[in-house]
Write a protein that binds this ligand. Sequence first.
Ligand code: GRF
Length: 213
Amino acid sequence: ARLAVFVSGGGSNFKAIHAACLDGRINGTVVAVVSDVPTCGGVSYAREHGIPTLTYPVVKKGEHAGSGLTPTQLVDTLKSGPSAADFVLLAGYLKLIPPELCRAFPRAMLNIHPGLLPSFGGKGYYGERVHKAVIASGARFSGPTVHFVDEEFDTGPILAQRVVPVFPTDSPKQLAARVLREEHVVYPHCVAALCDGRIGWREDGVPILWEAK
Ligand code: GRF
């Protein structure tokens, strides 16, 4: 299957997915990397691996000011032409996805959140702020959530989660690293199922991941 990946930072989830495509764990090819930060690590990695990169949204200030696609151009680019994708994967992407793109990829866009949704999610809960809130809450478990993307932040149907322990002595950085390790396991696992057509839907709209034989 053809995959478009959205990144804003280091792109470690993108790299884990790309590695799984190269070694056959995922029957997929990354056909485009989209970022709001043209100078981020995920974009550099894509360039090094000959993967086309796109900028979304339009960059307002700085050296890349003025570059970037409009929502309509983004949808057109990802639906047709050389970067046409079957699935869109948000991987450390921090801007809101335009509703036009959500509508263009129904049940075909995933995101990974570094917390156990529906807790510790939604606008404002991203990166280290998630881990700070988890530690402050006294919760004893956390972990990544992979979910389908709808037009809000972090509210789409949950596909998979993994659990890691939270120790009261944890710093946000220590918890972030423990969760990130599990992200790199669960996200490729979900993308492999998506590419293999091993995802079904319960009649009330909850997705079912059928494990490979
Ligand atoms: C990770 O915590 C991920 O859960 C969140 O963005 C952070 C950075 O991800 N979505 P990456 O290293 O850029 O993939």
